[in-house]
Design a protein around this ligand. Structure first.
Ligand code: DX5
Ligand code: ZN
Length: 235
């Protein structure tokens, strides 16, 4: 539980972060082992409250359970209406990075400051339909921007290319800010996101929908570096 883990997240980039949303929750230990063998260096945890988004996933007990089984940094995406209320319990459970949604809060600078004071990395997320200008005031208060390329809430949605313009703009204005993208990332979309300046690529279906995670991650890594998927690859 320290901002030192933020450095390891930064050092991992460019990196693919499996999103624990469509995994086998009945056998999380095996899922983590398979992802570790496949070369994963950071895990992305999707926390949904059934209020900010209509879907409901998991909370502190799962984060705490994962913390006991891996040393990997835990990047926690809070799709919840009251991120401040759950920030401390999430940090105590073992989160290393907490990302709140700009749509969920009144004062993003204040929320970012409170999370930062808890000793973890802080990110702000923005949905594709939200006015991009809403981020301006808090860019100096966060370590990372999570540019959503789908509306937060569900896996398996179609990639929205507005995210690419947003990444390019952020990279130009704030070159040192960590940039993450989430939603519809697969071999066909990851290369463009990398070219737009993204560092961290959250992936759900393109890993968990595949039989072999290692092959899936290798295909994505190649595509991230600009090699198009070949005919025999998974996608
Ligand atoms: C969506 C979640 C994502 C999701 C991505 O609200 O934040 O992390 O798991 O899933 P795919 O890669 O299937 O779009
Ligand atoms: Zn996510």
């Amino acid at each position: 539980m320290s901002r030192a883990k933020l450095d390891s997240i930064r050092a991992a980039g460019p990196a693919i972060l499996p999103s624990l949303l469509q995994c086998d929750f009945g056998d999380l230990r095996t899922e983590i082992e398979k992802l570790t063998v496949a070369g994963t260096r950071v895990l992305h945890l999707d926390v949904m409250d059934g209020h900010f988004v209509p879907n409901l996933t998991y909370g502190m007990p799962i984060v705490e359970g994962l913390r006991r089984h891996t040393d990997m940094p835990l990047d926690v995406h809070l799709m919840i209406s009251d991120p401040v209320a759950y920030a401390r319990p999430m940090v105590d459970a073992g989160a290393d990075m907490l990302t709140f949604h700009v749509e969920a809060v009144e004062d993003s600078v204040e929320v970012a400051g409170k999370i930062r004071d808890m000793g973890v990395g802080v990110g702000v997320a923005i949905n594709p339909d939200t006015d991009f200008g809403k981020l301006d005031c808090c860019l100096d208060s966060v370590d990372m921007v999570l540019v959503m390329s789908v509306n937060a809430g569900f896996g398996g949605q179609k990639f929205n290319p507005v995210s690419l313009d947003r990444l390019r703009s952020l990279k130009e204005r704030k070159p040192d800010l960590l940039l993450e993208i989430d939603g519809g990332i697969k071999a066909e979309t990851i290369g463009e996101a990398r070219a737009a300046g993204c560092d961290l690529f959250v992936v759900g279906s393109a890993i968990f929908g595949q039989h072999d995670y290692e092959t899936a991650i290798n295909v994505l890594t190649q595509a991230m570096h600009g090699s198009p998927p070949s005919a025999g690859d998974q996608s």
